[in-house]
Design a protein. Structure first.
Length: 342
């Protein structure tokens, strides 16, 4: 063969490597025994069954990524957890409206296919889907030389869920004097990493030699699907919010009806150790609350009489606690007092 002939592979795209990756995904995603599943991997589109037990089902769809947490994974050369993050960021949004996740798709764009790296990411995605009790039905892997620098990549996720119309959480059930509970986060989740990375750069911290940060910064986002759907099934949830970018105030406001406030008592919040570490590095209270979850990964809005019943749905590590209440007034979130950073 003439060595001067131009090929797709010479331009930086290896179709054979991509085919091997698709075969790997197909093999590991269809190993589960029991109920027969549709094998969508490798097709042009994905097919899934619609549950038959719903009278008036509504479809809910979400999409998200993991932001610059990817750069932490690159620094640590650890890629088996960001797939969990990817699933979590979408399914934790789905459940805010009461939807049960049905299926998930991923999109991975990368400078050059690295099978070891991609396999680790997919294993994480499959683990996230297992926790969420949904199915990975397909995705896309794009090798894009020239668009990304060496070893760089990005990932995005797409989740679709279903909810019975009468069980949709749309703010109509929220009442004055309802309690607002905080479910603890597992850590930073997948928000605020551009600020974290800037701090690491300014302080010239070697992440691979800092055991505390090495462990904390790569922790996967907690997936709240099972607990929230169980609360909905038992009629114990009036509303909820996934605390992501924008913090408590922005995310809680999104689920409030126009005639009610959320009053948050910041002194009730129990920040995790990683947030204490960040606060010590000249980050203001306002910036902490706007950028990070500060230890509150998810919020529940419930009738006070149901508090003891709600708590029984959670393990000790993620036991919810009261951080506020619903009051009358024009739609807003009032942050009262201060978090105790001592």
């Amino acid at each position: 063969m003439n060595k001067n002939i131009l090929t797709y592979k010479k331009s930086g795209v290896d179709i054979n490597a991509a085919d091997k990756f698709v075969k790997f995904i197909s093999n590991i995603s269809t190993r589960k025994k029991g109920k027969k599943k549709l094998n969508n991997i490798g097709g042009f589109g994905s097919i899934t069954n619609i549950p038959k037990n719903l009278k008036n089902p509504k479809i809910v769809a979400c999409t998200d990524g993991v932001g610059t947490k990817i750069e932490i994974a690159n620094l640590l050369n650890k890629f088996n957890t960001i797939g969990i993050d990817l699933v979590a960021m979408s399914v934790n949004d789905l459940i805010v409206q009461g939807a049960k996740p049905l299926f998930f798709l991923d999109y991975i764009s990368i400078n050059k296919i690295n099978l070891s790296k991609l396999k680790s990411i997919i294993r994480g995605i499959l683990k996230g889907c297992k926790i969420s009790e949904c199915t990975l039905v397909g995705g896309e892997t794009a090798e894009m030389p020239g668009t990304y620098d060496k070893n760089k990549f990005d990932i995005a996720g797409f989740a679709v869920g279903i909810v019975e119309e009468k069980k949709i959480l749309n703010g109509k059930k929220i009442r004055r004097n309802d309690l607002i509970l905080a479910i603890p986060s597992s850590g930073l989740h997948s928000n605020g990493f551009s600020l974290v990375r800037k701090l690491i750069d300014i302080k010239k911290i070697n992440l691979n030699k800092n055991k505390f940060l090495k462990k904390e910064l790569i922790k996967p986002t907690k997936i709240y699907v099972k607990e929230i759907l169980n609360l909905i099934d038992d009629g114990l949830l009036n509303g909820c919010a996934n605390i992501t970018g924008g913090g408590l105030a922005d995310n809680l406001k999104r689920v409030l009806p126009n005639n009610l406030n959320a009053e948050i008592y910041l002194s009730n919040i129990n920040p995790l150790k990683i947030f204490h570490w960040l606060k010590k590095h000249q980050i203001s209270d306002a910036e902490m609350l706007k950028t990070f979850n500060c230890g509150v990964g998810f919020c529940l809005i419930i009738n006070p009489k149901n508090l003891s019943r709600v708590l029984k749905f959670f393990p000790k590590k993620y036991k919810p606690y009261v951080i506020g209440k619903i009051s009358s007034g024009k739609k807003q979130v009032k942050l009262n007092g201060k978090i105790d950073w001592n």
